[in-house]
Design a protein around this ligand. Structure first.
Ligand code: ARG
Length: 458
């Protein structure tokens, strides 16, 4: 089979070499963007008087036929035609004859592939933004149900201070809000047109880059033709934003997995997002949470892979850059899948309030309260810390908790203690009183929910 670029070759590569070099196996995912870019290009060629009206009409008609076929999965691609760009060009020529060969006037595959990738990632990023919002909405919904549900807050995975469960969930809302911001921000740099940069140096044809940029909905054009065809930082940014997003999802997955365990029993995943064991009939595994945690690694991998591809490349296009695609496609699929599953998981999970309540009553996470109590009454905090530490030790010896310790023991430790400590020590009181901005106090949590809802409504 002769190549579209075969003129200066006397011998054709063997099939297995073609196979190694070809990207059609994966870049066929760009087919709609490729045709969209070609339609804009050819429209511009006519407007600029580079091609005749009848030629452009034929090419457009052919491209529309191919687009319809592509949507129905009816296009037959061949490895011999390397990539999506040459495949479409070849299919166009088959469809409408030699005039199809005029499409590539004033263009190179180098600006073409860059254009396709920009269009693709713009579309995907917008879809991902919506999916992030859906997860945020699911978190807020659960949070609203659990403002007054208490769980132990942890540091070092040791019970530290009781908190509102809503407050814990909302921590992830805000992480995702920054992820949202990163994706949104990346669109500013992404939405720029490389089309018309040619192979690397521009073209002698009187093309109109601003016009194709406008047709394709870009905000402007790359200022430098070398940069336009060599830049892949828009993909690095996408992978980087995605890596952070996956980090956040993975952390919550880890918590959901812990919380689903027999040891915690704080939540139960809905049957739809869990699986059983093939051998142990009693088991219910939080598989989807584990899988998202596990898939995080492949997104990091794609980020590192692309950074490594780029770091030693001289300007302008190098074939190495074909390696930008699979990682990007994989990350898009992983991120979209993870977000969709995540929203469902959060919406449907059962929160076991009783075990959570039990957990905050059977620990010493209210000890800080006692120290603060003494400090408020004038004792230096460091001394108060010591006094309470001794009381905790006393409780441990007696096998009880601070709320069970008789007032006489408190009085013996410090005469600043009074009857009201039993109220101060109640986990509900402990949480309610943390009203500093951004704290877990119920009033603060309610404010945070209102803020979050306002953000989601935008
Ligand atoms: N398949 C190629 C890629 O993905 C398209 C660009 C090819 N350009 C070239 N000069 N060989 O990078």
């Amino acid at each position: 089979m002769t190549k579209l670029w075969g003129g200066r070759f006397t011998k054709t590569a063997e099939a297995w070499v073609d196979e190694f070099g070809a990207s059609i196996g994966f870049d066929q995912q760009l087919v709609e963007e490729d045709i969209e870019g070609s339609l804009a290009h050819v429209t511009m060629l006519e407007k600029s008087g580079i091609l005749a009206n009848e030629e452009v009409e034929q090419i457009k008609k052919g491209l529309h036929i191919l687009l319809e076929k592509a949507k129905k999965g009816e296009l037959n691609y061949s490895v011999a035609n390397e990539d999506i760009h040459l495949n479409i060009e070849k299919l166009l020529i088959d469809e409408i004859g030699p005039v199809g060969g005029k499409l590539h006037t004033g263009r190179s595959r180098n600006d073409q592939v860059a254009t396709d990738m920009h269009l693709y990632l713009r579309k995907q990023t917008k879809e991902i933004l919506q999916l992030v919002k859906n997860v945020q909405a699911a978190l807020v919904e659960q949070a609203k149900q659990h403002v007054e549900t208490l769980i132990p807050g942890y540091t070092h995975l040791q019970r530290a201070q009781p908190i509102s469960f809503a407050h814990h969930l909302l921590a992830y809302f805000w992480m995702l809000e920054r992820d949202y911001g990163r994706y949104e921000d990346s669109l500013k740099r992404l939405n720029v047109s490389p089309l018309g940069a040619g192979a690397l140096a521009g073209t002698t044809f009187p093309i109109d880059r601003e016009y194709t940029a406008e047709l394709l909905g870009f905000d402007g054009i790359y200022e430098n033709s070398l940069d336009a065809v060599s830049d892949r930082d828009f993909i690095v940014e996408f992978l980087s934003a995605s890596s952070l997003l996956m980090t956040h999802l993975s952390r919550l997955c880890e918590e959901l997995i812990l919380w689903s365990s027999q040891e915690f029993q704080f939540v139960e995943m809905d049957d739809a997002f869990a699986t059983g064991s093939s051998i142990m009939p009693q088991k219910k595994n939080p598989d989807m949470a584990e899988l998202i945690r596990g898939k995080t690694g492949r997104v990091y991998g794609s980020l590192f892979s692309l950074l490594t591809v780029l770091k030693g490349l001289p300007l302008a296009y190098n074939k190495d850059m074909q390696e930008d695609k699979e990682g990007m496609f994989d990350a898009v699929k992983t991120v979209k899948g993870s977000l969709a599953i995540f929203a469902g998981m959060i919406q449907t999970m059962k929160v076991k309030e009783e075990t959570m309540t039990k957990a905050v009553h059977q620990d010493f996470s209210n000890a800080t309260e006692l120290a603060d109590y003494l400090a408020t009454k004038g004792m230096p905090f460091r001394e108060a810390h010591e006094v309470v530490g001794k009381l905790v030790l006393l409780c441990i010896e007696k096998g009880i908790y601070l709320l069970d310790l008789p007032l006489s023991d408190y009085k013996a430790a410090s005469d600043l203690f009074d009857e009201d400590i039993y109220d101060v020590l109640q986990p509900k009181t402990v949480v309610a009183r943390r009203t500093s901005a951004g704290g877990t106090g119920f009033t603060e949590v309610k404010k945070a929910i209102a803020k979050a809802e306002k953000i989601l409504a935008n």
